[in-house]
Each structure stands twice: as C-alpha cells, then as structure tokens.
Design a protein around this ligand. Structure first.
Ligand SMILES: [Zn+2]
Length: 205
C-alpha cells in the first residue's frame, strides 16, 4: 500500500489519481474527504505554495459553496484521469466520454491560465484564489501527458494486494513494475522470500 506523503506517479496527474489508494480493495482508501484535504494535497504536490494554500483555505471557510463545487469537480477529474490512464496502461483505448471530460477540464483550466516567464522560460501559471486552482494544473498535466507523452510509459502497479497505483516507468529497460519499492515492491519481495523459505523447508534442504 501507498504512503500518501509519497508521490510515486512521476507526473502530477497520476499522483492525483493515486490519492485514492487501494483501488482494487473492496473499500479503497480515500485520502481526500473535503476541500481542506484537496488544498493540502495541492500544497504537498507543489501545485500551490504555503501562502496560497492558506488563502484558499480561508476563502473556503468563508465561502464553503464554491469550495465544495471545486472539490466535487476535482474528484470527478481524478476518477476520469484514473480510468483514462488505467486503460492506456493496459494497452486499451480510453473511453470517449473520459477523453471528452479531460478536454473540458483542460479548457476550463487553460481559460484561467496566464503565460508567464520565470527562470528564463515561458510557461503557464495560475494565480488568484479560485478554489479550482487546486485541480487546474492536474487537468493540464493530463492533457500534456496525452499529447506530449510519454504516454507509452504509463503503468499500473503489478501488486496483487489491492493497489492499482499508476506511474510512469522511466527506467532505461522499462522494467519498473511497482508503484513504489518501499510499499508494494517490498510486499512482493517478502512474499517471494517466504515462499522460497517454505519451499526449502518442504524439500528438506
Ligand atoms: Zn502498488
């Protein structure tokens, strides 16, 4: 299972999809229960800085309605991102409805984006304290992954323990199988060692 302080996806949109952990369990492990959790996630993911996160939380306290709407939109986007890239990881086509939803989310995000120059490079930035700022960069990340890649490197964790974590396999020989060696990778290693030990005992060596 995944330690949620850990971002193993390799790209923002997959990290966000992984904020619902243990997707193959009967009861997956939710980490985002309310807008405050989303703002904290955005802070940990580097989507916003401390000052912006605090501003978003203050505004959410003052205007819970729009914050709740942003939270709902974020969770909807998260499921869309998961389903689209899970399909891709399995070598199938994402559903047309999921692609359309990603397109809509991206359009909404980019309508609020500003072109900026920082550290000698041009890029898109979001400012202000719109509660949707928490997920706008996720929508951009998803479309960039689809259009610029490396979409052929998207993988789903090979764990049989309930994890369906998504990540980019950027290893040279394309051999990464686990969301994280320190969680699912370790589980599997331990299971293998136990099985080997049992086999050794059974054969009397
Ligand atoms: Zn895993």
């Amino acid at each position: 299972m995944v330690d949620m302080t850990e971002f193993f996806g390799g790209v923002l949109c997959l990290d966000f999809a992984n904020s619902l952990d243990g997707r193959r369990l009967k009861v997956p492990k939710e980490t985002l229960f309310a807008y405050g959790d989303l703002a904290q996630w955005a802070l940990r993911a580097g989507v916003v800085d401390q000052e912006v996160a605090e501003r978003l939380l203050r505004r959410a306290a003052a205007e819970p309605g729009p914050a709740q709407e942003a939270f709902n939109a974020a969770l909807e986007l998260r499921e869309t991102v998961f389903h689209a890239f899970h399909a891709i990881a399995r070598g199938t086509e994402p559903a047309a409805a999921d692609l359309a939803a990603l397109q809509d989310a991206y359009r909404a995000a980019m309508a609020a984006a500003h072109l900026v120059r920082a550290d000698g490079a041009y890029g898109w930035a979001f400012d202000g304290d719109d509660p949707n700022r928490t997920w706008w960069p996720v929508a951009r990340s998803a479309i960039e992954l689809l259009t610029a890649g490396p979409v052929d490197r998207v993988r789903v964790c090979a764990s049989s323990g309930g994890c369906a974590g998504l990540f980019l396999d950027l290893s040279k020989n394309r051999s990464r199988r686990w969301c994280s060696m320190s969680s699912c990778g370790v589980e599997v290693k331990t299971r293998r060692q136990n099985a080997r030990r049992r086999a050794t005992r059974a054969t009397g060596h």
